[in-house]
Design a protein around this ligand. Structure first.
Ligand code: DC
Length: 238
C-alpha cells in the first residue's frame, strides 16, 4: 500500500542505472531499465532494416517485437530479452548506441514503450531510469531525480564500462556520441529529456556511487514514511 514510484532521469552516463539498481535493491523494489527497451527496439529495427521514416513499417515492427526482463539467478542481474533471445550484451555495443537516439525519437516507438512501462509500474514498487519517466511515464512518481554530470567525467565512466566488456573506444568518439545523444534526446518533439518541475536535481560529477545511492534512498524513505502516515490517518478518519 505504501509503495512508491522512483523516477530517475537525466543525461547519458551519469550513473543513473547503477544508482537505480542499488536503490531498488535497498528498497526491495523492481528495477526497470527503460534505456534497455529503446536499445532493444533499436536492435530490432537495425536487424530488420526497418525504414524509420515509414510509419507503417515501424508500426508493424513494433507489433512483432516483445521486450522482457528476466532475472538471472546466477549473476543476480536482470537481463533483457528481445523476442525470447537474450540481447543484454548486444544492446550495449557501440553500433546500437550510435543509432538509439534516432529510433527513440520516433513518436510511435515512444508511445509503445511508454505504454509498456506504465503497465510494468502500475502496482508501484518500482525504480525506473530513463529520460522521460518523471515527465511522461509517471508524472505522479513520488520521488523524481534528475541526474547531471560533467561531459568529460561521463565519457571516462562510459569508456571504463565498455573496457570492462572488452570494447576499446576512443574517448573523443565516446564524447561525441554522448553529446550527440544529449542533443537529440533533449530536442525531440515527443518525451524530450528535461527536468520535471518537481524533480530533485543531482550533479554526480564528484559523488561516489554510495553517496548517490544514500541520497536517493534517503528521499525515498521519507516519502514512503509520509505515504504511510497519510494512509494511517485516512484509516483513522475512516
Ligand atoms: O539509458 P541509456 O543510455 O541506456 O539509454 C539509451 C538511449 O535510449 C538514450 O540515448 C535515449 C533513449 N531513452 C529514451 O529516449 N527514453 C528513455 N526513457 C530511456 C532511454
Amino acid at each position: 500500500m505504501n509503495k512508491i514510484i522512483v523516477a530517475i532521469d537525466g543525461y547519458s552516463s551519469c550513473g543513473k542505472s547503477t544508482t537505480a539498481k542499488a536503490v531498488a535493491h535497498a528498497l526491495g523494489y523492481i528495477y526497470i531499465d527503460t534505456g534497455a527497451m529503446y536499445r532493444s527496439a533499436t536492435l530490432y529495427m537495425m536487424e530488420h532494416y526497418i525504414d524509420l521514416s515509414n510509419p507503417k513499417a515501424v508500426e508493424q515492427a513494433l507489433a512483432q517485437m516483445s521486450i522482457q526482463f528476466h532475472h538471472n539467478n546466477r549473476t543476480g542481474k536482470n537481463e533483457t530479452f528481445l523476442n525470447g533471445l537474450n540481447v543484454e550484451e548486444e544492446i550495449r555495443q557501440m553500433r546500437v548506441t550510435d543509432r538509439v537516439s534516432e529510433v527513440s525519437a520516433v513518436p510511435i516507438v515512444r508511445k509503445a514503450m511508454v505504454a509498456q512501462q506504465q503497465r510494468m509500474g502500475r502496482k508501484r514498487g518500482v525504480v525506473m531510469d530513463g529520460r522521460d519517466i518523471g515527465t511522461v511515464v509517471f508524472p505522479d512518481a513520488e520521488v523524481k531525480m534528475f541526474m547531471t554530470a560533467d561531459l568529460n567525467i561521463r565519457a571516462v565512466r562510459r569508456q571504463q564500462e565498455l573496457l570492462a566488456k572488452n570494447e576499446m573506444v576512443n574517448l573523443n568518439v565516446i564524447k561525441e556520441n554522448l553529446a550527440k545523444r544529449d542533443q537529440i534526446d533533449a530536442n525531440r518533439s515527443e518525451g524530450p529529456l528535461r527536468q520535471a518541475e518537481d524533480a530533485i536535481s543531482l550533479d554526480t560529477s564528484y559523488l561516489t556511487i554510495d553517496e548517490q545511492v544514500d541520497l536517493v534512498v534517503g528521499y525515498c524513505l521519507s516519502r514512503i514514511f509520509e505515504k504511510q502516515q497519510a494512509l494511517n490517518s485516512a484509516g483513522t478518519l475512516g
